[in-house]
Ligand binder design. Structure first.
Ligand code: ZN
Length: 159
């Protein structure tokens, strides 16, 4: 026989971000990419064998298994490959809160050849066709932290 008093709510272990812990992390070869973001540049490594440009930069090409030592500035523009919207609230790792995302997520083929993703300022998906030229909009230089979201969003280039 079960009564209301015997039923127990499940116990969840919870914690909130951001944590108060601070730590130092050695970036190794990624340092060049981080410094690039601070200077408003998207830096990729490029395989000398197949020509593949990689963001985030990799030290070994995953196709050719050769060491990659060449760095290439990817430029400020790229072509839209794909776009979609997130239709539900999602966790924001910066704030630890659930958030509704108004801006679409876009995949961008950079001038330098690398493929990366980000947010787009244009919220009308009907206007986001593959091949659309997009340009990076950066966080003000004094606010950059050397991370991918130093690029606030991508905006369509007006013709
Ligand atoms: Zn390769």
């Amino acid at each position: 026989m079960t009564t209301a008093e015997q039923k127990q709510e499940p116990e969840f272990i919870q914690y909130k971000y951001p944590r108060t812990q601070h730590y130092w992390h050695a970036l190794g070869y990624q340092t060049r990419a981080v410094e690039g973001f601070k200077q408003g540049k998207i830096m990729a490594t490029k395989c000398s064998k197949c020509g593949r440009a990689m963001v985030p930069p990799r030290i070994v090409c995953p196709e050719c298994y050769v060491e990659v030592t060449e760095w290439v500035d990817q430029g400020q523009r790229g072509k839209l490959v794909a776009a979609f919207k997130i239709g539900y609230p999602m966790y924001d790792r910066r704030t630890g809160e659930s958030q509704v995302w108004d801006k679409p997520v876009v995949a961008v083929q950079m001038e330098g050849g690398a493929l990366l993703d980000g947010w787009c300022s244009e919220t009308d998906l009907d206007k986001l066709k593959p091949g659309l030229l997009l340009e990076a909009v950066w966080r003000p230089e004094e606010e950059r932290i050397g991370a991918y979201d130093d690029v606030l969003h991508w905006k369509p280039v007006e013709k």
